[in-house]
Design a protein around this ligand. Structure first.
Ligand code: MSP
Length: 520
């Protein structure tokens, strides 16, 4: 069985989970669920990043102990992912012992390792630079706008301190080779070009410890310093898979590290260099999406425009939020999200699109007691044709899209099928058929019900609850439903999966209730 290890970034606990974090997490969840449907052994990891100056300052400003603050805020991320139906297999916190132990052991190993030029991978030195606590990194003069960090609108601190350094500069050539050979893929391609450009300009060694930051994991050989929060954080991907325990099967390397473009450099340059120095395999894909604004503005606490995924899910349902996030902005692009757009898509695509089609077909089938027991195998062979071809095409588009992180295109493929079914009903005036041509009616209804089954499976990674509700309406007998749920990927994709004798349709609850009622 092939394995699939997918990660999100671990989120800083000084922030509340917002729609930006939700986007990455839902995208990873869609892929995890899709790969599970395909029968792969999936390990899906997310978590929280809890050390460093930024977190301890936030805790201090609230007069809380750092760990107390982290416990409270990490729980908010876990809650948000529960509400959004995220199917992560693990949730890692960098304050957990399993992680701290891994960081200490790997840093010790790193200290004993050499670069390709035969020099020690780590050395002691002094560094002076402009540090932005918001970014938790040194900025260059060129990055500043009017002397301020463009992301945090604050001047960085001038810091001069003794640090331990990782000799990143010695890994330049090998990194370029690994990227060029495709051993590590950076997606989309434009980001790969940026990374290659950056490496070619020359890499500077990086400080991997901070003497002035107390809230962190102590450097194992120098208790005066703590490990730089980014080095600590990146190692989460190894701690979660028990990398130190050779007796356990672990699923390293990661197949996909998912994130926004803001942190690609850490994942596509520093992380692979560290892994090479530690003699671990490289992750296969670093895939990044764009950055979102809300109603055209940067998301920020001070502007008060942060969209809370929990509130949105309570109001519109988790599936609607998941759908909106995956449908609105093409993966990879920057984009704008708004409650208004969410509502527009809710009404046009969920209520009037999918919801209406399911209700229409189930009520047509239910009205005529559509249980065509006499409708057996030879008959089945004659079915399908045009609609069957559409379903096959739709799966092809859907799979190509999901294999290329094009979430919106996968949804477009399913929604094209929805439109096709709508016009199939209208064009053939199916509601008139029971009185005119019973056989034709039964045939067309079978086609529609079978197409709904395919749609239910296609939307399953995106909208798991809605998918279940649709299948339950088609197969009201629990035994038949169970059989459907147990199908493997190629079985569920096959045309004709609904056995005519097993179809027992019941019009179920409304999939997407009216917003005016919900909002009260
Ligand atoms: N803690 C680091 C990551 C360490 S991973 C080893 C960090 N955390 S973060 O909380 O700032 O999360 C950054 C990630 O959150 C982005 O890469 C992206 O996945 C998501 N997003 C946060 N804001 C976002 C937008 N406005 N738009 C899109 N994604 C956003 O960086």
């Amino acid at each position: 069985m092939s394995k699939f290890y997918i990660t999100t970034p671990i989120y800083y606990v000084n922030d509340q989970p917002h729609i930006g974090h939700a986007y990455t997490t839902v995208a990873a969840d869609v892929l995890a669920r899709y790969r599970r449907l395909k029968g792969e052994q999936v390990f899906f990891l997310t978590g929280t990043d809890e050390h460093g100056a930024k977190i301890s300052k936030s805790a201090e400003s609230l007069k809380k102990k750092p760990l107390e603050f982290c416990n409270e805020n990490s729980a908010k991320f876990q809650l948000a992912w529960d509400v959004l139906n995220i199917s992560n297999d693990d949730f890692i916190r960098t304050t957990e012992m399993r992680h701290q132990k891994t960081v200490e052991a790997l840093l010790t190993r790193l200290k004993d390792s050499e670069t390709p030029a035969g020099r020690p991978a780590i050395y002691e030195g002094e560094y002076q630079g402009l540090y932005c606590v918001g970014c938790e990194r040194y900025l260059t003069e060129k990055e500043l706008i009017n002397g301020k960090c463009p992301d945090h609108q604050k001047p960085p601190e001038l810091i001069k301190e003794k640090n331990w350094f990782f000799r990143l500069s010695d890994w330049q050539e090998l990194l370029l080779k690994k990227i060029k050979s495709g051993a590590i893929k950076i997606l989309p391609e434009t980001r790969e070009h940026e990374v290659v450009g950056l490496i070619k300009q020359g890499l500077e060694d990086i400080a991997i410890s901070r003497p002035s930051v107390k809230w962190g994991i102590p450097v194992p050989w120098d208790q005066e310093q703590t490990i730089y929060v980014w080095i600590d954080a990146l190692i989460n991907y190894l701690s979660a898979v028990n990398i130190l325990d050779e007796s356990k099967i672990n699923c390293w390397p990661a197949d996909v590290h998912l994130m926004a473009k803001d942190i690609v450099k850490f994942h596509a340059v520093i992380w692979p260099a560290l892994l090479l120095a530690l003699n671990f395999d490289l992750p296969k894909i670093i895939s990044s999406h764009g950055f979102f604004t809300i109603d055209g503005q940067k998301m920020s606490k001070s502007l008060g425009n942060v969209l809370d995924p929990v509130e949105l899910s309570q109001k519109y349902g988790a599936d609607a939020v998941r759908y909106y996030l995956m449908r609105e902005v093409p993966y990879g692009n920057d984009g704008d999200v708004s409650v208004q757009r969410l509502e527009e898509r809710y009404v046009a695509e969920l209520q009037k699109g999918l919801g209406n089609l399911v209700a229409r077909v189930c009520s047509l089938a239910g009205k005529e007691q559509f249980v065509p027991l006499e409708f057996q195998v030879e008959h089945k062979k004659k079915l399908g044709s045009e609609i069957q071809a559409k379903v096959v095409q739709s799966w092809e588009k859907y799979e190509i899209a999901l294999d290329n992180f094009a979430f919106h295109e996968a949804l477009v493929a399913s929604w094209e099928l929805i439109s096709f079914c709508d016009s199939y009903i209208t064009k053939n005036e199916i509601w008139k058929l029971p009185d005119l041509d019973q056989e034709e009616f039964v045939k067309m209804m079978y086609n529609l019900l079978e197409t709904l089954r395919h749609l239910a499976w296609q939307i399953n990674p995106f909208m798991p609850e809605t998918s279940d509700k649709i299948l339950k309406q088609l197969l009201t007998d629990p035994q038949h439903l169970e059989k459907e749920m147990a199908k493997n990927y190629s079985e569920l994709k096959n045309w004709g999966g609904l056995h005519p004798a097993e179809i027992k349709v019941k019009k179920g609850e409304i999939l997407f209730p009216s917003l005016t009622i919900q909002k009260i």
